[in-house]
Design a binder for this molecule. Structure first.
Ligand code: ADP
Ligand code: MG
Length: 592
């Protein structure tokens, strides 16, 4: 693993860091690039020599030897070009792969809040398109810059030694071209940034519309989706158009200036010849130099383009890399072994936003809870009361602002995230299946699990029989474009994952709320089996499922309203009794 890069450095320094692991190839690439410009400089000089010495003196043999030498030179140049094109691009690809690796690793470290606030499509766009443009720059950038500066100075010096008057023409016009280039850079950079942003927006809107395609059809809102998309597409078109406009004005100006340069050289050269201060051979040579000039100037120009788009992409890359993974291990965090699962919340206060002005919108305030090891705590209450939030605080998906949460007496902020999360299993209402086989999806609970362990977990989660009936059994592809699992089957896959993970602490967040009663009954058994011997926090809509909990907590926007066993709470009346009555009818409530 290479040394970690400090992303607070200036952009170009960070960029340079990515060359470090590949410096040998990169240097070889640069050497070949300079040999290419060397041959470009040699050609006019050899021509001059031939015209001045060999032709007038009728040294035809040497003339043809010289021609042969030139061919040989170009054969070498061919080799260098091959090397630069092949290995230069490859270095670019290596650098892109390194950046993508860092970005991906970083994305894995970013907390829940990052994913709450950023759209999948936009993140995708950064990992793909943006980085591709960075590669182009990584490869062509230094090479173009190097070749053009080398050739420009080289030919300038050679022209100067031949005719200083000609060098003067170049000295006036070339800087003018370079200044134009640099000035255009800024305008083009802004335009390119806009294009990037619009592309990311398009990707995000595409991603959202495609994943929501079923909802759109259910509401027959396809045309509204089209309208929404059209807006984004229109913005993209305009941004791109604007970018091409700046590019067109830049390119046309540059071309004019190169042509003007050619004419100026001929005119000044002709004038010098009229005054007998220059020979025809020298004029031809100068002209060849100007031709040799055009390429580096063009390279410089393409460098500017690449630099603008590439740096815009790189900037967006660095922007993400600079986001601190808010939640990470503190120095000296301990790894928790043999967890019993004694959980305690003390004066816990939490708001989703760090923003001081919005701080007033606490989701949880001064919550005190205690779940002794091995017991079950049930959370009930109206939707939006903060039950899920309360559970998400335990594995530190979000950090609390005040108070403390302890596991076996250790503050969760003093424990490594790895060991904390390893000891907590979560079953949620929505199950995410990765595109892959059902075996892989179950094994996600513990990647190293053996075949027997996987089958055992599937049996305990009561999904084994269902799997045997699938076309390829455990090798059946599920998830995207695979076989469709029913809600109940998906839920049992997620339960099997937890059996494999085998954590001492369990969170069941409305695991069965989306299922019909028959399926719920079946899964309930698996869940009971799962929670045996574990500290369990269970959130349930259907109160029938939590009757046997050791403690039931009723929570709403105001905080904890009631706390006790099913019997206590029914007897004392209040919110729980009301909820119960609403679900089971007065009669049964009275009967219990
Ligand atoms: P429950 O699970 O009891 O239905 P939640 O814990 O999901 O309630 O939500 C509690 C409150 O927190 C709600 O007002 C909700 O809008 C808000 N909330 C939930 N998740 C987020 C989030 N990721 N970012 C900001 N606010 C959130
Ligand atoms: Mg919830």
């Amino acid at each position: 693993m290479p040394k970690k890069i400090d992303f607070n450095k200036p952009l170009l320094r960070i960029f340079a860091c990515y060359y470090r692991p590949h410096w040998k190839l990169f240097m070889a690439d640069m050497i070949c690039a300079s040999l290419i410009s060397g041959t470009d400089l040699a050609f006019p000089m050899m021509t001059k020599f031939t015209i001045e010495r060999f032709l007038p003196n009728e040294l035809y043999r040497f003339f043809f030897i010289m021609a042969g030498l030139m061919v040989l030179l170009y054969v070498f140049r061919m080799g260098f070009t091959y090397f630069v094109t092949y290995w230069g691009h490859t270095v670019g690809a290596y650098i892109e792969a390194d950046m993508r690796r860092d970005l991906f690793n970083h994305l894995q470290e970013l907390p829940f809040s990052f994913y709450d606030n950023n759209r999948t499509g936009q993140i995708m766009s950064r990992v793909t398109t943006d980085l591709f443009e960075v590669t182009e720059l990584a490869h062509h950038g230094p090479e173009d810059l190097f070749i053009s500066l080398f050739t420009l100075t080289g030919s300038f010096i050679l022209v100067f030694t031949m005719r200083w008057e000609m060098a003067l023409v170049l000295l006036v016009l070339v800087p003018l071209m370079i200044v134009t280039t640099i000035l255009s850079r800024r305008v083009m950079q802004a335009a390119s940034r806009k294009v990037k942003e619009r592309t990311a927006e398009i990707n995000a809107s595409l991603e959202s519309s495609i994943s929501g395609a079923r909802v759109a059809k259910a509401f027959t809102n396809e045309s509204w989706e089209t309208v929404k998309f059209r807006g984004g597409n229109e913005n993209f078109k305009n941004a791109k158009k604007n970018y091409y406009k700046t590019m067109a004005s830049f390119q046309s100006r540059m071309e004019f200036m190169t042509h003007f340069l050619t004419v100026a050289v001929i005119a000044v050269g002709g004038f010098l010849i009229m005054r007998d201060r220059m020979s025809l051979a020298e004029l031809i040579t100068c002209n060849l130099f100007v031709a040799a000039f055009l390429q580096p100037v063009r390279r410089l120009q393409s460098f500017v383009e690449q630099f603008t788009t590439g740096m815009a992409g790189f900037n967006r890359f660095v922007e993400i890399m600079r986001i601190q993974p808010g939640i990470r291990d503190k120095a000296g965090a301990v790894s928790l072994e043999h967890v019993k699962g004694d959980i305690r919340y003390k004066n816990v206060t939490f708001a989703y936003t760090e923003d001081a002005a919005a701080r007033e919108r606490y989701v949880l305030r001064d919550i005190d809870l205690s779940v002794p090891a091995g017991t079950t705590l049930a959370l009930v209450g109206p939707s939006g009361g903060g039950k899920t939030t309360l559970c998400h605080l335990l594995p530190r998906f979000y950090d609390i602002q005040q108070g403390s949460i302890t596991v076996d007496g250790y503050d969760i902020r003093d424990i490594t995230l790895q060991s904390l999360r390893r000891n907590i299993g979560i079953v949620q209402q929505e199950v995410f299946l990765f595109a892959g086989t059902i075996r892989e999806n179950i094994a996600y609970g513990r990647i190293s699990a053996t075949e027997e362990e996987i089958v055992d977990a599937a049996k305990r989660a009561e999904i084994h029989e269902d799997i045997l009936e699938m076309p390829n059994m455990y090798d059946t592809i599920v998830g995207e474009r695979g076989i469709k699992l029913s809600g109940g089957q998906k839920q049992r896959v997620s339960i099997a994952r937890i059996f494999l993970k085998n954590p001492p602490i369990l969170i069941l967040d409305e695991a069965t709320s989306a299922l019909d009663s028959a399926t719920e009954y079946k899964i309930q058994k698996a869940l009971e089996e799962l929670s045996r011997g574990r500290t369990t926090m269970v959130i349930a809509h259907r109160l029938s499922t939590i009757r046997n909990a050791d403690c039931i907590v009723v929570i709403d926007n105001e905080g904890i309203r009631q706390q006790g066993t099913h019997r206590d709470l029914l007897a004392s009346g209040g919110l729980y009794a009301e909820l119960h009555a609403a679900q089971f009818g007065e009669k049964e409530a009275a009967a219990v």
